[in-house]
Ligand binder design. Structure first.
Ligand SMILES: Cc1cc2nc3c(=O)[nH]c(=O)nc-3n(C[C@H](O)[C@H](O)[C@H](O)COP(=O)(O)OP(=O)(O)OC[C@H]3O[C@@H](n4cnc5c(N)ncnc54)[C@H](O)[C@@H]3O)c2cc1C
Ligand code: SF4
Ligand code: SF4
Length: 387
C-alpha cells in the first residue's frame, strides 16, 4: 500500500506544479498531466513506484528563504534595442549576456512549436531572444532541474529565471547552494492556465508563427499582445482590450496555488527579483521615457555582486526605496484574489465549450454589466492591475 508520494499527501491548491518531484523521481514514475482547468499536476504511476518517498520529501523540503539583503534599483539598460525586445528595462537580457559570454547556460521560459510555454536552456547569445520577454501562461519545467544540476556538477555557470515558486522548487531539488548558480525570480501576479491559453490561440482558427505578449510598438505602459499568423495576417491588441490578458489580470484562471502563494514579499529563493517599475514617473521622472523600466531587488550578496558587475555600468540606474518601488506593484507582497468569479468562469466555460468562444465568456467578468460591476467592487478591495 502506498502512502508517501506527493499525490497522496498534497492538497490540490498546495501544488504549484514546480516539477521538483518529476525531476527527482529515480524511476521516472511521475508524469505531469493536465487537469480539467488546464493546469499540469504530477501523477504517480503506482506500478513503477518504489515508495521511496523522495517526491514528498522534495516537495516538503522547505529550505529557508535565501534572502538576506534587500536593496532596490530602477534600471533602464543603455541598449535601447535590448529594452525594446524585453518586457521592462532589459535587466534579464543584460545578466543573461554576461553569463553566456562566460561560457555559462541560461535557463528561461520560451515557446515550443505549438506556443506552449516551457523552460529551455540556451548557451549562446544568438538564441537569447527565445527566452526574452514574459509569457503569460504557466511554463512547464520538464527535466530542467536535472539539467541544471548536471551543468553545475560540470562546474559551469548557470542562470535560472522563473516564477518564485519554481525557484523554490529548484532550491528544494538541489538541496544545497552552488556558487556558480544565479537564481532570478520576478514579481509574480500569478500564472494563467496553459489549457486556457491554448484554447484562446485555437479560436483564431489559423496557425500562429510568432507571439509577443509584450509588444512595445506603442510604448511600454500600454503594452500590446502581438500574434503573427502563417497566412500573413496579424493580431495586435492592447492588453486592456484583449480578453485573454484581461482574464489573467482579473485573476479568473490562475493556478489554484496562486491564491495562497507563500513566496511573496521577502520569502524569496532567488538572488535577484525583477519586475516592471510601474510608477517610475512618481519616483524618478528622468527615467520615465516609456521604453521600459525594470525594478531590481537584490536579495543576496551574490545578487548584489551580479548587479554591480552586469547592470550598474550598462544602464541608467538609481537606488530606490523598496517601499516606494512597490507602491504600484502590489503583487510583490499580495496574493491573487480568489473570488466566485473564478468558479463561475469555469462553470460557464464548460457549459459553453464547443459552441461559445472563450473571449465571449471572459467578457462577462472583465466587462460586466451593472450587477457584475457591483459584485466586482465587493470582491476586489483594491484593483491590482497595471493598465
Ligand atoms: C506570469 C507572469 C506574471 C508576472 N507578474 C508581474 C507583476 O505582477 N508585476 C511585475 O512587475 N512584473 C510581473 N512579471 C514580470 C515582468 O513581466 C517582467 O518579466 C520583468 O519585469 C522582467 O523584465 P525583463 O525585461 O528584465 O526580462 P524579460 O525579457 O521579460 O525576461 C524575463 C524572464 O522571465 C521568465 N519568464 C517569462 N515567462 C515566464 C513564465 N511564464 N514562467 C516562468 N518564467 C517566465 C523567463 O525566464 C524570461 O526569460 C510577471 C511575469 C510573468 C511571466
Ligand atoms: S515515491 Fe519515489 S519512486 Fe514513487 S513517485 Fe515518488 S519519487 Fe518516484
Ligand atoms: S503567484 Fe505564487 S504560486 Fe502562483 S506562480 Fe507566482 S510564485 Fe507560483
Amino acid at each position: 500500500m502506498q502512502s508517501d508520494t506527493c499525490n497522496h499527501v498534497l492538497k490540490h491548491d498546495e501544488c504549484t506544479g514546480c516539477g521538483a518531484c518529476y525531476n527527482i523521481c529515480p524511476k521516472d514514475s511521475i508524469t505531469m498531466q493536465m487537469d480539467s482547468e488546464g493546469f499540469y499536476y504530477p501523477v504517480v504511476n503506482e506500478e513503477g513506484c518504489l515508495n521511496c518517498g523522495l517526491c514528498l520529501k522534495v516537495c516538503k523540503n522547505e529550505r529557508v528563504s535565501t534572502a538576506d539583503i534587500r536593496k532596490a534599483y530602477a534600471v533602464n539598460a543603455y541598449d535601447d534595442e535590448l529594452r525594446k525586445r524585453s518586457s521592462s528595462g532589459g535587466v534579464f537580457g543584460l545578466i543573461s549576456s554576461y553569463i553566456l559570454q562566460n561560457g555559462g547556460y541560461v535557463f528561461g521560459a520560451g515557446f515550443d512549436e505549438h506556443f506552449n510555454v516551457r523552460h529551455e536552456c540556451i548557451d549562446n547569445e544568438e538564441e537569447l531572444d527565445r527566452v526574452l520577454r514574459s509569457k503569460y501562461a504557466q511554463s512547464s519545467i520538464g527535466s530542467v532541474f536535472k539539467e541544471i544540476k548536471q551543468k553545475l556538477l560540470e562546474d559551469s555557470y548557470v542562470l535560472f529565471c522563473g516564477t518564485p515558486c519554481q525557484c523554490k522548487g529548484l532550491c528544494n531539488y538541489l538541496g544545497k547552494s552552488y556558487e556558480k548558480l544565479l537564481i532570478i525570480d520576478f514579481v509574480c501576479h500569478g500564472v494563467p492556465s496553459p489549457g486556457i491559453w491554448q484554447q484562446y490561440l485555437s479560436e483564431f482558427n489559423k496557425k500562429p508563427v510568432k507571439v509577443n505578449f509584450r509588444d512595445k510598438s506603442h510604448g511600454w505602459k500600454g503594452y500590446y499582445i502581438n500574434i503573427d499568423f502563417e497566412d500573413g495576417s496579424n493580431y495586435l491588441r492592447n492588453g486592456a482590450e484583449d480578453e485573454y490578458i484581461q482574464g489573467f489580470l482579473w485573476d479568473i484562471y490562475l493556478r489554484p496555488s496562486c491564491y495562497r502563494c507563500d513566496v511573496k514579499d521577502n520569502n524569496r529563493y532567488s538572488d535577484l527579483t525583477i519586475a516592471d517599475f510601474w510608477g517610475i514617473n512618481e519616483v524618478e521622472a528622468d527615467m520615465n521615457d516609456n521604453k521600459g523600466t525594470s525594478l531590481v531587488v537584490t536579495n543576496t550578496v551574490k545578487g548584489e555582486n551580479y548587479y554591480k558587475e552586469c547592470i550598474e555600468g550598462n544602464s541608467k540606474n538609481i537606488s530606490v526605496n523598496l517601499k516606494d518601488a512597490m507602491k504600484r506593484n502590489v503583487s510583490y507582497y499580495e496574493k491573487a484574489h480568489l473570488t466566485d468569479e473564478r468558479k463561475c468562469f469555469y462553470k460557464l466555460y464548460y457549459k459553453g465549450k464547443g459552441n461559445k468562444k472563450l473571449a465571449g465568456i471572459v467578457k462577462n467578468f472583465t466587462k460586466p454589466g451593472i450587477f457584475g460591476k457591483i459584485r466586482r467592487k465587493m470582491n476586489y478591495k483594491k484593483a491590482h492591475i497595471s493598465f
